[in-house]
Design a protein. Structure first.
Length: 82
């Protein structure tokens, strides 16, 4: 173990003694997990935005005469109108 790691562990150990045993806090690990999740969500949203930009959606419109007569696309009566 290097000297810097040993020093860091020693400092954390002294801080642990000062912490109230009845008080529960998320601490540094909770912050790191939250930060990683926030970065992951940001990356996913950026990727989704890029992929949604590639979608070329054009809605197919029905002929007005078939829609007004109540017939389906092939001239048969639609089940909703039967």
């Amino acid at each position: 173990m290097s000297a810097s790691v040993s020093l860091a562990v020693t400092q954390f150990a002294t801080l642990a003694k000062e912490v109230d045993k009845d008080k529960v806090t998320p601490g540094v690990l909770g912050f790191i997990v939250f930060a990683v999740m926030a970065v992951a969500v940001w990356g996913l949203m950026k990727s989704m935005s890029k992929h949604m930009g590639k979608v070329d959606f054009e809605e197919k419109t029905e002929d007005r005469t078939s829609a007004s007569s109540g017939d389906g696309p092939k001239g048969k009566a639609s089940p909703a109108n039967s």
